[in-house]
Design a protein around this ligand. Structure first.
Ligand code: CTP
Length: 388
C-alpha cells in the first residue's frame, strides 16, 4: 500500500530509522515506523489512508509538517525529507525541504540513518551512505557527521548514544565519547521530559549499569542526577572506611534487573541510597553512620521527581516507600529476626512487601562469603515468617 501510494503521487518514499535498524538486528516487534517522503509527508499519508480499508484518519501535525496514521497496531509517521539547521538554543530548528541524503545527514547515528526504498521500481533497496550496516555488524554507535555537529544540533543525542549502547550492548565511537565529555554541559538546555524518556530506556535495558557507567564517565550523570554522583567515593578516618555507595548502587540496579522488568522498581534500586550523601557522619567510637538516610532519601525522591518532571503519582509514592523502608529487612536480619519486627514490616510495607523484599535481596552485595550466607539464610527466615 505504501509503495503504491508513493508511486501514485509520484514521490520518492523510504522507511528509515529505528524500524530499519531493528529489522537488520532481527530485534523485537516494531511499534512504529518512520517514513520519509521527498516531498509532502502529509500528502503521502492521506494517499495511503485512501487505499486502506475503512480509510483510517490521518493525524496531521501542522507545526512539524508531519502526519501519523495507525495501520492495525502499527503507528506510521510520515515526514517530508528535511534539511535542518538548528539555532543556537536548539529549541526551534529551521526546517526546509531537502533530499533523502539531507535527511540522512541530520540523523543521530549511522545505524539510524539506514533507509529502505518503498517505490516499486527499487523496492527494498538499501540506502546507506554512512556505512550504517557495517556499524551494525561491528556494533558501533557513530554519528553520520562530525559528532560536534550532530550533538550540538540536538544535545539529547549524547544521552541517546549511551542509551543505544546500553540497550544493544554496542560500543560508542571514541570521537563521539570525547565530544560528549567536551560538551556535557549542553545537556542543560534539553527538556526534562526528553531526558527522562532516555533514562527510562537505559533503566529498562538488560544491564542498566552499562548506561549509568557511561553517563558517569562522560560527566553527564552529575548534571542530570547529581544525587547519585554525590554517593561516589570512599572516605577514611582513623583507618575506618565505608563502601562506595555509587558503585554499590549500580550493582543493586543490575541485581534487581535480573528479577523484574518494572521500571519503577528499578528506579527505587537506583535511588535507594541517595540519602546517604547528606547524612554521612563519622563518630570516633562507632565509625561511619548514615542515620536517618532513609527519611532524607525518601524526601529527596520527591524533589528529584519534581525536578525531572516525572509524575508525582502513586509510582512516585511507591519509590518513596521502598527507599524509606529499604534498610528495614536488613536491619531485622542484623538484629535477629523477631516476630514483632516482622509484623511491623508487614504492616508498613502493605501491598509492596514483595517488592521491598526483592529490593533488599538485590541490596546484598557484600563480597564477604560468611556475611552473604548469613543474610540469605536470615532472609529466608523473614520470608517464612511473612508467609505464616
Ligand atoms: N532521531 C534523531 N535524533 C534524535 C531523535 C531521533 O536523528 N534526537 C532520528 C533517528 O533516525 C531515529 C528516528 O529519528 O532512528 C526515530 O527516533 P526514535 O523513535 O526516538 O528512536 P528509534 O530509533 O525509533 O528507537 P526506539 O524505537 O528504540 O525509540
Amino acid at each position: 500500500v505504501l509503495s503504491e501510494a508513493a508511486d501514485d503521487i509520484n514521490v520518492e518514499a523510504y522507511v528509515i530509522g529505528g524500524f530499519v535498524r531493528d529489522f537488520f538486528l532481527k530485534r523485537g516487534k516494531a511499534e512504529d515506523i518512520d517514513v520519509v517522503a521527498v516531498g509532502s509527508g502529509i500528502e503521502l499519508a492521506k494517499k495511503v489512508s485512501e487505499k486502506l480499508p475503512g480509510k483510517p484518519p490521518v493525524k496531521v501535525f501542522k507545526t512539524y509538517g508531519t502526519a501519523m496514521l495507525k495501520i492495525f497496531d502499527l503507528e506510521v509517521e510520515f515526514v517530508g525529507a528535511r534539511k535542518e539547521s538548528y539555532t543556537e538554543n536548539s529549541r526551534n530548528p529551521e526546517v526546509e525541504q531537502g533530499t533523502l541524503a539531507d535527511d540522512q545527514n541530520r540523523r543521530d547515528f549511522t545505524i539510524n540513518a539506514l533507509a529502505l526504498q518503498l517505490n516499486k521500481k527499487d523496492f527494498g533497496k538499501l540506502l546507506d551512505p554512512f556505512k550504517g550496516l557495517e556499524d551494525l555488524k561491528t556494533q558501533l554507535i557513530k554519528t553520520p557527521l562530525d559528532p560536534e555537529v550532530t550533538f550540538s544540533d540536538d544535545p539529547l543525542r549524547m544521552i541517546r548514544a549511551i542509551r543505544f549502547a546500553s540497550q544493544l550492548h554496542f560500543k560508542i565511537d571514541q570521537k563521539s565519547i570525547q565530544a560528549i565529555k567536551d560538551h556535557a554541559e549542553r545537556i542543560d538546555i534539553v527538556s526534562k521530559e526528553r531526558i527522562v524518556t532516555e533514562l527510562n530506556k537505559i533503566l529498562e535495558s538488560e544491564k542498566p549499569s552499562v548506561g549509568f557507567k557511561l553517563l558517569h564517565d562522560t560527566e553527564l550523570l552529575q548534571r542530570i542526577l547529581p544525587e547519585l554522583t554525590h554517593l561516589e567515593g570512599i572516605d577514611e578516618i582513623d583507618g575506618q572506611k565505608h563502601k562506595d555507595n555509587f558503585w554499590h548502587t549500580l550493582e543493586v540496579v543490575d541485581n534487581i534487573s535480573l528479577e523484574t522488568k518494572d521500571v519503577w522498581l528499578r528506579w527505587a534500586a537506583l535511588l535507594h541510597d541517595i540519602g546517604k550523601a547528606p547524612t554521612k557522619r563519622f563518630h570516633k567510637k562507632i565509625g561511619w553512620t548514615f542515620h536517618g538516610h532513609e527519611f532524607k532519601g525518601s524526601k529527596m525522591v520527591y524533589q528529584l521527581f519534581k525536578r525531572l518532571k516525572l509524575p508525582l503519582n502513586d509510582k512516585m509514592k511507591l519509590v518513596q516507600k521502598l527507599v524509606l523502608l529499604s534498610s528495614r529487612p536488613i536491619a531485622i536480619v542484623d538484629d535477629d529476626v523477631t516476630d514483632s519486627a516482622v509484623r511491623r514490616l508487614i504492616f508498613d510495607a502493605g501491598d509492596h512487601l514483595d517488592d521491598l523484599m526483592m529490593l533488599c535481596e538485590a541490596d546484598i552485595t557484600t563480597k564477604n562469603p560468611n556475611r552473604y550466607k548469613k543474610y540469605h539464610n536470615n532472609f529466608k527466615v523473614v520470608r517464612n515468617r511473612i508467609q505464616e
